[in-house]
Design a binder for this molecule. Structure first.
Ligand SMILES: [Zn+2]
Length: 166
């Protein structure tokens, strides 16, 4: 395993380091990386060099589909193992029924809700694809699933329960 649980526990996620949501697109990863590199100049002090190393490492993993998948799985597994308590505060649980169903311009179904912490509008976004991916990777036989979602604005994680309606 390239990425281990210890790389994830109690640390900022790579998404948080780059200021991204977990379902971000490749171009968003590239843009965030470039922007952060411009903001952090390596000529100043040790802290900034460490920061740049973090940014570069996060970028290298997230831009590589294989490594990103492995990282996402490690992240998910770690959250589950930690009882959703990775940052010392248990994740609040929500129901997908509390989300607003909408359709993107590309015709994909998404579910959104306002963030319970920072109140940003529709900043919690779940795509149909991520729900299906989650079901495919879950071995729950009760028909109930949980997915972890991050606020695009303040990086708060919540847990969302849903059922496979098919
Ligand atoms: Zn928020």
């Amino acid at each position: 395993m390239y990425i281990q649980d210890k790389d994830v526990v109690g640390k900022q996620t790579l998404y948080e380091i780059l200021g991204l949501a977990q379902d971000c697109q490749d171009h968003e990863i590239r843009n965030a990386y470039k922007k952060l590199l411009l903001q952090n100049h390596p000529d100043k002090n040790g802290d900034e060099i460490i920061r740049i190393n973090e940014i570069q490492n996060a970028y290298k993993i997230l831009i590589d589909p294989k490594k990103k998948k492995e990282y996402d799985e490690t992240l998910e597994r770690t959250f589950q193992k930690q009882g959703f308590d990775i940052y010392g505060e248990g994740l609040d649980e929500y129901d997908l029924n509390d989300f607003n169903e909408a359709e993107t311009e590309e015709g994909e179904l998404i579910w959104t809700r306002d963030c319970p912490r920072c109140q940003a509008e529709n900043s919690m976004i779940i795509s149909e694809a991520s729900l299906e991916h989650n079901i495919a990777n879950s071995h729950d036989e009760t028909g109930s699933y949980a997915i972890i979602v991050q606020c695009e604005s303040c990086s708060l994680w919540i847990k969302v329960k849903y059922y496979d309606t098919e």
